[in-house]
Design a protein around this ligand. Sequence first.
Ligand SMILES: [Zn+2]
Length: 87
Amino acid sequence: MIEKQIQATLKEMECSACEKGVFRLALDLAVEDTNPKQWLHACSHCKREVYLTKVYPIIEYKDRDFMLADSLRFERSSDSISLHNNK
Ligand SMILES: [Zn+2]
């Protein structure tokens, strides 16, 4: 595998209800089989649930969005994304 360093941007989806949390994949990962697919997210603060067409957080690089490979697997929890420190 060849690895290159890139300058990318991490994009969080803020919760508009509490304005404190960000959306993370819900624990019991539910994928709606729509086109495009939708993933169930829960706010990290108020736990409000929403379906989003992309799995957040998203990595943006050169104006294109990338989803974490972890997001596409099913054996994971919403706490396992360690890219972003919420402190
Ligand atoms: Zn919230």
